[in-house]
Design a protein around this ligand. Structure first.
Ligand code: SF4
Ligand code: SF4
Length: 617
């Protein structure tokens, strides 16, 4: 009785057989699913988790789960196919309940009623869409075989696809040709085999991912504060939280994160999918009460420290997995317990501790630069505090960007000053998991800003902007900060147009784009000087320069350099200028462009491009 056109009557023996098989199927489901639920519950609660922002959660649920928008947006064709399978499942929920009720003689949907007729027709339309979609997905997985789905042919995916196809075809056959015992039993058996397979395979995401999306920790790359002196980050199973465990079990192994990861794409060990699956493997073997180190059999330390924190993985993931809190949590665990030994890392932390900047220069060097450039000192009367950042204060190219931006600020009549003493925001310490050092730097800077009575900050560095506006919140409220692209875009009408024949290719910095959602402002500044073009990977899908996550200060020893891969892509556009909006991208591309092209394009920050048209003074 797939639909109640004519009523099938089952013998007591058939009903008994059906009930036995149903019980077996349900216990097969629960045996595994119950174990997973226990594993998740065994993990500790998230210390700072609050079920707030219900409107945002509901919207994400509707957008990402019900409308499958993320799945479709990132991979349109397979995304639509996947969405139809999902929508078909939803449409078939009522049909399936009716089907099971019919097995014991109590169908509740009948073609005799207008609703029943409408619903069976509605489900039939979905059955056609699902059958076509699942066939397409099957061909993709087993014939086309994109590398991001993994090397191994997944037999379980084939079995699941066959079962879904059988469910649809038996429904449609009964819909058009009338019910028969053979069709009823074929449909029933496909259903009862499918149910226990869900928790035993990656199709577990069917049940978990709606919950995972609703229970996401927070905003993009939201790093949780440590929950007191005893919290060292993710060191052993005992440190895993329920949200992390839920996310680990939700991974559908689609490889979207891997496809966009700059580390994996340049032949590093890190694969963000394997981070999620590594946590799952650990939980399956040891559980969340174990004191076995997390970094070991399932997750390699080398991989954890290859992450540039670009956020491409988290942005791509369709089931709400937040990779960055996990990766940074693992780094915290390794750093805070002294398990990470890296000469570059040690040098960096020492430089931050002793000199207050990541480049290891003495503060006197900054003073000299400030004097030479005649940058005013912030005295409380100016509108903006111009935040120099380590790159702006010490790096030669960064200093040129500051000098250009200061000219732009002078030109538009903005008043500004720099702090007498400014330390690194702590960004590399934060992303590398050294919370103690990060806290010290954040608190010292917050104090300096408060003493100087700063009301607004502007910075040339997206990493400083992110760290000040978001990460410092743990230790106090910083004045509002904006990126110089936002400042200049607001004053664009007062900047001269110097349009040439130049094609300018713009590289979206991860910390300005994905982290802050600023895409149009820098482009609007570049458009003052030429035609702005995008490289193949741009905006939300931009490819990292390789500097983030503290990696600008560590040795990149495996595989191809991330900066070279991106520089080659930028140079291949044929543009004569590469427009950058981050001093870290600038420093990475400086050598990379020369290395990948015999006649490399010119590399300029948006501030340098804006300042080029200003009268010399
Ligand atoms: S944040 Fe970027 S580098 Fe790190 S794992 Fe994700 S995609 Fe890879
Ligand atoms: S972590 Fe997310 S994006 Fe990566 S494979 Fe798993 S489900 Fe796909």
């Amino acid at each position: 009785m797939l639909h109640s056109d004519k009523v099938l009557v089952f013998s007591p023996l058939e009903i008994t057989l059906f009930l036995v098989l149903l019980a077996a199927s349900m216990s097969g489901f629960w045996m595994r699913f119950g174990k997973i639920v226990r594993k998740i519950r065994e993990a500790k609660p998230e210390a700072d988790f609050r079920l707030t922002r219900l409107g945002k959660r509901a919207w994400d649920f509707v957008w990402e789960v019900m409308l499958q928008a993320k799945v479709i947006r990132e991979r349109p064709l397979p995304g639509i196919a996947h969405a139809f399978v999902f929508w078909g499942f939803c449409a078939f929920a009522l049909v399936t309940l009716n089907h099971l009720a019919a097995g014991v003689g109590f169908p509740f949907l009948s073609r005799e009623t207008w609703f029943g007729k409408f619903y069976f027709d509605f489900a039939a339309a979905f059955a056609v869409a699902v059958a076509v979609s699942i066939t397409g997905l099957f061909i993709r997985r087993f014939v086309v075989r994109p590398r991001w789905l993994g090397e191994k042919v997944s037999i379980e995916s084939g079995v699941i696809a066959f079962l879904i196809f059988t469910l649809m075809i038996t429904y449609l056959a009964a819909f058009w040709r009338g019910d028969s015992r053979a069709l009823w039993w074929s449909h029933t058996l496909a259903l009862l085999i499918f149910l226990p397979l869900i928790p035993h395979t990656k199709h577990l995401h069917l049940v978990l991912s709606p919950v995972t999306v609703f229970l996401k920790r927070g905003e993009f790359s939201d790093i949780p504060p440590l929950a007191g002196d005893e919290d060292f980050g993710l060191d052993t199973g005992k440190d895993l939280t329920r949200v992390v465990a839920l996310q680990a079990y939700s991974c559908v192994e689609c490889g979207r994160c891997s496809q966009h990861c700059p580390a994996l794409n340049t032949r590093k060990l890190l694969d963000p999918k394997k981070i999620a699956l590594g946590v799952r493997g650990y939980l399956n073997e040891f559980g969340a009460a174990s004191e076995e180190p997390l970094i070991g059999q399932y997750i390699a330390q080398e991989a954890v420290f290859q992450c540039t924190t670009c956020g491409a993985c988290e942005f791509q993931c369709p089931v709400g997995i937040e990779h960055l809190p996990i990766i940074i949590g693992l780094r915290r665990g390794a750093v805070n317990t002294g398990k990470w030994e890296d000469s570059y890392g040690t040098k960096l932390f020492l430089a931050l501790e002793r000199n207050g900047n990541a480049l290891g220069f003495s503060a006197g060097e900054r003073d000299q630069f400030v004097q030479k450039q005649r940058l005013p000192i912030f005295d409380g009367t100016q509108e903006y505090c111009l935040w120099l950042g380590c790159m702006g204060a010490y790096d030669p190219q960064g200093r040129e960007i500051i000098a250009s931006f200061a000219r732009v600020m002078n030109h538009v009549g903005a008043t500004y000053g720099v702090l007498r003493r400014e330390k690194c925001t702590g960004d590399p310490a934060r992303r590398l998991g050294n919370d103690l050092l990060f806290q010290q730097l954040a608190e010292q800077n917050l104090q300096a800003l408060a003493l100087a009575k700063v009301a607004k900050i502007v910075s040339i560095c997206p990493h400083c902007v992110r760290t000040i506006s978001t990460d410092w919140k743990e230790f106090g409220e910083a004045p509002p900060i904006e990126h110089h692209s936002e400042f200049m875009a607001r004053h664009r009408d007062r900047l001269p147009r110097t349009v040439t024949q130049d094609k300018i290719v713009y590289h979206d910095p991860c910390y300005l784009g994905r982290y802050r959602g600023v895409y149009d402002e820098p482009r609007s500044i570049l458009a003052l000087a030429g035609e702005v073009i995008d490289p193949p990977r741009s905006r939300e899908r931009s490819f990292c320069c390789g500097a983030g996550g503290g990696l600008a200060f560590l040795g990149e020893e495996t595989g191809e350099r991330v900066s070279h891969a991106r520089a080659a892509e930028l140079a291949a556009t044929g543009a004569s200028v590469v427009g950058a909006a981050c001093p870290f991208c600038n420093t990475m591309f400086r050598d990379a462009l020369a290395a990948v092209s015999p006649s490399p394009p010119k590399l300029l920050d948006i501030a340098q491009i804006a300042a080029a048209g200003l009268p010399k003074s």
